[in-house]
Design a protein around this ligand. Sequence first.
Ligand code: SF4
Length: 455
Amino acid sequence: MQNQKSEWATNESPRIMSYTLANFRQLPQIQKLGEEKQFEMEVVGNVLPFKTNNYVVEQLIDWNNIPDDPMFVLTFPQRGMLIPEHYAKMEAALKKGDKKEIQNTANEIRLQLNPHPAGQMELNVPTLKDGTKLYGMQHKYKETCLFFPSQSQTCHAYCSFCFRWPQFVGMDELKFAMKEGEQLVQYLQEHPEISDVLFTGGDPMIMKARIFSTYINPLLEANLPNLRTIRIGTKALSYWPYKFLTDDDAEEMLDIFKRVVDKGIHLALMGHFNHTVELKTDAVKEAIKKVRATGAQIRTQSPILRHINDDSEMWAEMWKTQVQLGCIPYYMFVVRDTGAQHYFGIPLIEAQRIFRDAYKKVTGLARTVRGPSMSATPGKVQILGIAEYGGEKLMVLRFLQGRNPDWVQIPFLAKYDEKAIWLDDLKPATGDKFFFEDELNEKMKVIKNQDYPES
Ligand code: SF4
């Protein structure tokens, strides 16, 4: 199905067609997979979010490579994403066909999947000086605040591994949302230490330019001396590059980017690319050019994922292609401790080996990338490598970001553990706690009791 150039030529204006549980069985490619596979997808898709689109289906997935195709695994529900016990529960509920029971079973399972890892819900929600809690924002690191516009709580397609999955499954009480750009401005005025605002979601580039400008304009008009960078976390370049090419608001969106740059604010698109396949179409290459022509920069990031990209050759090729296209490799993440981590997760030692093998194969220009990195409760922790001391193997780690900025760049050691897939699995090399644990526990008590403190 790939390379249907005439239909997808960049001078045409394709319209996005979404596929979800409601209509995915209409796809001829899916019909060929048979009823059993379709039902499996339904079981998983009733618990975890599922949405893909015609560009992904026709341009990115190689249907001759099913079930192993990385883009297929990335966007279609896979049976292994639910542990057998959860799968059996949902299968039974679906077979009974009672809608209420299906919903309740789905919610019950979701709550067991650690829907808000790293204390997102209770630890990072900031408060205005007048006491208003800003549930549409998170402020974990001193200089950066995350903003979740209520209008961007979806994406052009959903990644099966996504740690933001609770926002897409209709559990309203789990949803971060905030409407007013004014509250964002007020918070930035109250916190001059913040230099970076990260628009995230969902995917902020799902918003029409008109809506997006209602968030950006107040920021530009406020002339905030502390605001140096606006980042936009997005997978639109990969899942729907036409957002910057031929959609009816493409020019208007690019114009907003230009206005940000002209204002003297750095605009960074944090582009999610999980596989080199996503960089191969004419459309994505053209979209990258258009975005870069506004003066914005594109930095790229992805988690390392079993079944999708656990391959050093692929990473090396992806970083090289990104540099060739003018993008800056930025992060390799470790899959978070939520959702289907058991399916996509990779032991930290293996992730580090893949990172190192790929890193060795690229030039200095691609070595801007950092990883593998865990966004854990105390901060972003990188697995630097394995050291040997006195005949014993040890894991060397460091903070790239910390709840306390003083933790950053301090190497620390953990016992060698080939099975560990997350920070919580690691044991300190000496003593019974890592150097940051006492302070972290204190900080968490303060944050829980007094909301987000002045930092
Ligand atoms: S595009 Fe980003 S927010 Fe959306 S599903 Fe993928 S990883 Fe999650």
